[in-house]
Design a protein around this ligand. Sequence first.
Ligand SMILES: Nc1ncnc2c1ncn2[C@@H]1O[C@H](COP(=O)(O)OP(=O)(O)O)[C@@H](O)[C@H]1O
Ligand SMILES: [Mg+2]
Length: 427
Amino acid sequence: MTRVRKVQHQHNVHLKEVKISHARVDKAHLVRSDAKVQKLNDYILRAKEWTSAENVKRIIKKYGETKLDRMLMACENIIKVSDDTGLTKGELFKIAKYIETKLPYKVKKGKAYLRKEKTGLARTIEYKSKRAFIHLKTHGVQALGTGCHKKVTRSIMYAAHKPEVVANCVGDKTVKAEGRILQKLNGSDGVVKTYAFSTHKKKSGRKVYSMITKMYNAHTVRSYEYDRSHLENRNEAAYIARDLMLGLENMHAKKLAHRDLHSGNFMVHRTADKVSACLIDFGQVVSFKKAKKMAPKIEVARQLVTPESLLKGKHRVDVRKIESYAVGCSLYHLYFGTTPEWCEKMKQMRVSKLNRGQKKLLSEELSRQMRATIDRRNEELEAGNKKYKKLGAVILKLLDPDPKKRLSPNRARIMLDEVIKEIESKR
Ligand SMILES: Nc1ncnc2c1ncn2[C@@H]1O[C@H](COP(=O)(O)OP(=O)(O)O)[C@@H](O)[C@H]1O
Ligand SMILES: [Mg+2]
């Protein structure tokens, strides 16, 4: 081959190679763009019920696929945990988009409470304790409860992977005080779990306080007094009783008395395989020292006055036993299906209007009635279903008229743990 022909040949070979590699690149490019189109189509299909195709394209272009993925995941998971948010899918998606994209900038500017009127979203959102909350309030959904000082509504604790429906308790200064107590107690078993405390001004300019807590999904223990059908068996009462006693034990370890221990302040939570309970409403909490000075009415409810607190001067009352008695009265209702018979009478009494002698007489009379009822119930237990006997016996021991014989929250909790152990070993 002459030199010229050799060069020409090499050039031709090179051209051929370039052509082939171009074709390869084109093919690879096509495959890649095919995959891209496919992925976009998948996103459009997945987002169909939440937002338009145009919006999907816009979001991907502006914020990237990962952000879009998070928004969609959050929406999908939110409706999994709450079938009723009162929001349309479009509204929920807009909120998720805002939280994923704009909220971080607002937070940097120090804005944590973002009213729906300002953001144009369907609900007010709030950023607190490193979490975003969507406040559902009462727009198309019912409140969880209302009391004298506070209103409790649902909120969504936002997260792409594990969002949660939570309870938002909003109210006046009593909620602020309650928040302080809960901060002291937070993390304690048997006490409502809190996620955030905050404050904001209402449209009227009035300052309000809020606490965001775990939402207990199975109503209060009081609701079981009206409708026992959803208390599936009395074993469940053992778990409720144990958790409430544990809550008391933990409060008492900090020398705090709850003072408002009625069944409307005991929340129940149910999952597929577990029942649990906790104490709520810390608006009346005082130290043991203060509580002692309040005798005979340490508990707010009139029917919960104990025989020993009517006897002034003879001994110092044990706040722990007064509180285990108060919870015991609700547990009695849960177990036997009626309030302790003597409580009905105590409801009518105005103990503060009685003189010392009258209080003494009342105390003796109350003790007698309690003893007689407890003896009768113990006989019933002996004759009745052995399966639930132990639980019944613990509950009755919480109501002993003699505070020395009455179980403290700690003793009761230990005994209830044993009852539960037995239940679980038989499963
Ligand atoms: N964490 C919660 N989960 C579900 N419902 C709740 C929760 N906290 C409060 N509630 C509901 O709100 C009602 C009022 O709450 P509570 O704290 O007892 O307020 P108040 O001090 O006004 O009595 C409760 O009886 C209960 O029905
Ligand atoms: Mg209450």
